[in-house]
Ligand binder design. Structure first.
Ligand code: ADP
Ligand code: MG
Length: 327
């Protein structure tokens, strides 16, 4: 089972940032309002993610590390409309198999007493004093798979990927506060924001709001459900155009999707004049039954049932926004 988990880990965990993404997913699923990420050596020595979510009961700590143990869906039917980030029950087991993992948690159910800490290796359970919520500590990532470890870049590069992973979550959840520490220094902090625009300004730069237009369109799909596209589309600006600042979300989940990116590029075609991709953050809300999120272990890819409809909706939403007189 250890070997199976290690092989699964190869699909889910490419680098420290993949662990950060999974742990922050879990914190958000647990209803956290404040998430603190602490890293050593770009995450290779230590990744710690602390949340103030509902915690894990002491008798469920060990279960959380087991393969295919998820508390989030009870049936295959629920997979169709899954509202949480996680549902496969693989991440913790996979990470556990390639690192030294410790869980610290205090459940919101008072009957459980104070907090508990589980050492993943020894299985030892110990009482600890802490507030309600969970801290997952991952040390010495890839210690058992030196080949993988060799492919990692410098600490600075791995740190940048970790920050990017948290930024993607921060753009999906403005109301949640995030802080990132590296080697004992605070490197990013995004306080809980009152609006998406406030969070966008905080994470992408205050001038992004001036250099972008609001997107907000709704269209009706052939089956009668609606497709809503919200967000902000950057005004093409050669000076600031960067390859990696296109953020797409489907029902709150960050995705890298060819249909969405192509739709955006088509919308910009007339105004881009050969410049590189502009910055944008787009939020697609679509009937969960019209999109499959269980395509890839990392869930970063999705498949739309009616991809032409989605393409059109996104393209028109951005075209309308770019054409509208600027407020
Ligand atoms: P999944 O998220 O797909 O359910 P994971 O392996 O990521 O699977 O997590 C396994 C289980 O551990 C979750 O279903 C959840 O019950 C529990 N868990 C993990 N992280 C947290 C957390 N930060 N707060 C509360 N529960 C958690
Ligand atoms: Mg998860």
């Amino acid at each position: 089972d250890e070997l199976v988990s290690q092989i699964a880990a190869g699909e889910v965990v490419e680098r420290p940032a993949s662990v950060v993404r999974e742990l922050v997913d879990n914190a958000l699923d647990a209803g956290a309002r404040q998430i603190v990420v602490r890293l050593l050596a770009g995450g290779v020595r230590l990744i710690s993610v602390e949340d103030d979510g509902l915690g894990i009961a002491s008798d469920e700590l060990a279960l959380a590390l087991r393969r295919h143990a998820t508390s989030k869906i009870a049936s295959l039917a629920e997979l169709e409309t899954v509202g949480t980030m996680g549902f496969r029950g693989e991440a913790l087991a996979a990470i556990h198999s390639i690192s030294e993992l410790t869980l610290h948690s205090r459940s919101s159910q008072a009957a459980d007493g104070g907090g508990w800490s589980l050492d993943g290796r020894s299985g030892e359970l110990r009482p600890v004093a802490r507030g309600v919520g969970t801290t997952v500590e991952v040390r010495e990532l890839f210690f058992a798979t030196p080949a993988r470890r060799k492919f990692l870049k410098t600490d600075a590069t791995e740190l940048a990927h970790c920050i990017e992973a948290v930024r993607r979550h921060a753009l999906a959840r403005p109301e949640v506060g995030f802080a990132i520490w590296h080697e004992g220094k605070l490197v990013e902090q995004w306080r809980p924001a009152a609006s998406l625009d406030a969070r966008l300004a905080d994470t992408l730069g205050a001038d992004f709001i001036e250099r972008s237009v609001a997107v907000d369109s709704e269209s009706r799909a052939a089956n009668g459900s609606t497709i809503r596209v919200r967000g902000r589309a950057g005004i093409p600006d050669a000076a600031r155009a960067r390859g990696d600042q296109q953020f797409c979300y489907v029902n709150g989940r960050f995705v890298r999707d060819k249909v969405l990116m192509h739709a955006a590029r088509s919308a910009y075609e007339d105004v881009l004049h050969g410049q590189r991709q502009p910055i944008y953050a787009l939020y697609l809300e679509i009937d969960p039954a019209r999109v499959d999120v269980n395509v890839h272990p990392t869930k970063i890819e999705v498949r739309f049932r009616e991809s032409r409809e989605v393409h059109q909706a996104v393209r028109h939403a951005i075209e309308d926004a770019l054409a509208a007189p600027r407020a």
